[in-house]
Design a protein around this ligand. Structure first.
Ligand code: ADP
Ligand code: MG
Length: 146
């Protein structure tokens, strides 16, 4: 396992990186996006959605918890924002497992620490850190291009 780190210098660069990352993912992958408020998790999610062919606008489902994007081949991108969810018990109460264990989807989690004990062993953990006004450090394990 190789931990890699990349610096991006604009939201567009983060989106492009995430789009390339998204295109290489096997179905059933959970992408866990760690980072503080404003780090760029939703920007990353937007790029990943583009990479999977989503054309509709992508914003964080902060109040709805989950947004489901149908993809061309009948599969799904699930985008969850767990900021307002206390813990995995609360997440299971709304059926988070249906998303996390779906093999016909890529499932993206903002605030995955809320459900740390539910993350599958193969989850791709990405950390985004602010490193200046428009600079971000993006790191992950065994990630090509991230
Ligand atoms: P989060 O979802 O982690 O709370 P957002 O993605 O909603 O954060 O917001 C990130 C903010 O940081 C946006 O306003 C975006 O324009 C800005 N930003 C500046 N530079 C970058 C960068 N290199 N990558 C991603 N976002 C950036
Ligand atoms: Mg967000």
């Amino acid at each position: 396992m190789v931990e890699r780190q990349v610096r991006t210098n604009s939201p567009e660069e983060t989106e492009a990186l995430a789009a390339a990352f998204g295109r290489s993912l096997p179905w059933g992958t959970v992408v866990a996006l760690f980072g503080d408020l404003g780090a760029g998790k939703t920007v990353f999610a937007r790029g990943l959605a583009r990479g999977l062919g989503v054309s509709e606008a992508v914003s964080s489902p902060t109040f709805t918890l989950v947004k489901e994007y149908p993809l061309a081949d009948g599969r799904w991108l699930y985008h969850l924002d767990l900021y307002r969810v206390d813990n995995s018990e609360a997440a299971l109460a709304f059926g988070v497992d249906e998303y996390i264990f779906c093999q016909e989807a890529v499932t993206l989690l903002e605030w995955p620490e809320r459900v740390e004990d539910l993350l599958p062993p193969g989850a791709r953990r990405i950390h985004i850190r602010r490193d200046g006004e428009s600079s971000r450090l993006i790191s992950g394990t065994d990630v090509d291009g991230v």
